[in-house]
Design a protein around this ligand. Structure first.
Ligand code: PLP
Length: 380
């Protein structure tokens, strides 16, 4: 076999980067852990699936259309977003999930020597994308599980191009209210781009939660991310978008790949957008699930962090990696948080009552087996 001179070819920041390992397909996991069904509570998906109209689009999609390229700039979806939010269609860029638009923004604004600022325990893709593109991610520790304004501002310098805020924050669910967000934007002024990632905004119950889209007019350096993966139940089709002021979006658009959002995804998202009944149903499910978990997890004596969004974080008296494996054998998949700098914690998606009951039951079993093995060790 010939050998590629990777040491010479690879930039140092790629050589040093460890690739993210996604989980195996459900079928493979079920074989591996010997379970006959699997509740997926690891990715904050919507257990109710997509809204009915989007389901209909997927069911009735004409197969021959698979041969035809989609709209390159996701025309109709951008027009519908614009009319729903009272903005211009040119203020939106739709991507292959919000994940893709993170890359668009970084590519548009960062050059050699630049950095980005965000929190140490938040959605990790901002940090990773900066790192493997050769830009320094500067991370401010959370304070009381929320983004810490002072810590973030202290890390900003003249080479900082983008501040990434996740509102509400994944994985802690904490959010900045309108006053807090405005205060920070006033201090930053137009020095850098402020991304407000609102992947979970449709789940938020608090009345003082800021609408990022409404702030763009006053703060033209704000870029908002949203997604169809969470509330709209379309994670498998990959649709997310960014919105900003026309000049900023014009600049970002130069770095976009057209045709990255497939035709079926565009139509399903168009049908899903703004379905208030679906949103209401999902919010009821999440509220019930959280109420149930609060009661049950308190009964187990475990600390739980409950904020906005369709997820909670639970602190365990054991390693989260071990808990993950044991829960898998019970047919429940959660997110182990050590890799995201929150050791001994798991993040659990709030889903149907069936799934929540299965989770609590499995967790009880795992904790009991932990107590038993601790006793056995103690008696040796
Ligand atoms: C899930 C998620 C996204 C990205 O979702 P896509 O599936 O790529 O649209 C972005 N930000 C946060 C905070 C998320 O939790």
């Amino acid at each position: 076999m010939t050998h590629v001179a990777l040491d010479r070819l690879l930039p140092e920041y790629v050589r040093k980067f460890t690739a993210y390992i996604p989980s195996k397909p459900d079928e493979e996991l079920m074989k591996l852990y010997g379970c006959s069904r699997l509740f997926r509570l690891n990715n904050n998906e919507n257990a109710l699936g997509p809204p009915p109209a989007a389901q209909e689009v997927v069911r009735k999609y004409p197969p021959p259309r698979a041969a035809v390229y989609p709209s390159g700039d996701v025309y109709y979806l951008r027009y519908k977003l614009a009319s729903l939010f009272g903005m211009d269609p040119n203020q939106f860029i739709v991507g292959n999930g919000a994940n893709e638009v993170i890359g668009f923004v970084i590519k548009a604004f960062c050059e050699k020597g630049d950095n980005i600022v965000t929190a140490d325990r938040t959605f990790a893709v901002y940090e990773w994308m900066a790192q493997f593109s050769g830009f320094e991610p500067r991370l401010a520790p959370l304070r009381d599980y929320a983004f810490d304004e002072e810590g973030l501002l202290a890390r900003i310098d003249e080479r900082t191009k983008i501040l990434f805020l996740c509102n509400p924050n994944n994985p802690t669910g904490m959010y900045w209210n309108e006053e807090k967000l405005r205060g920070c934007l006033d201090r930053i002024q137009d020095r850098l781009i402020v991304v407000v990632d609102e992947a979970y905004c449709e789940f938020v119950e608090a009345d003082d939660f800021p609408d990022g889209l409404a702030l763009i007019r006053e703060y033209p350096n704000v870029v908002v991310f949203r997604t169809f993966s969470k509330m709209y139940g379309l994670a498998g089709l990959r649709v997310g978008y960014l919105a900003g002021s026309p000049d900023v979006v014009d600049a970002i658009r130069r770095t976009c790949i057209v045709y990255s959002v497939n035709a079926l995804a565009q139509e399903a998202a168009l049908a899903a957008l703004g379905d208030q009944e679906h949103i209401a149903r999902t919010r009821i499910m999440v509220a019930e699930g959280k109420r149930f978990l609060k009661k049950e997890i308190a009964r187990l004596g475990l600390p739980m962090i409950v904020g906005e969004g369709n997820f909670v974080m639970i602190k365990l008296p054991m390693s989260d990696a071990l808990a993950y494996r044991k829960l898998m054998t019970e047919g429940v998949m959660v997110r182990a948080m050590t890799g995201f700098r929150v050791p001994n914690h798991i993040r659990v998606t709030v889903a149907t009552m069936d799934a929540m009951q299965a989770f609590v039951q499995a967790l009880k079993k795992v904790l009991e087996s932990q107590v038993r093995s601790a006793r056995a060790l103690g008696s040796l």
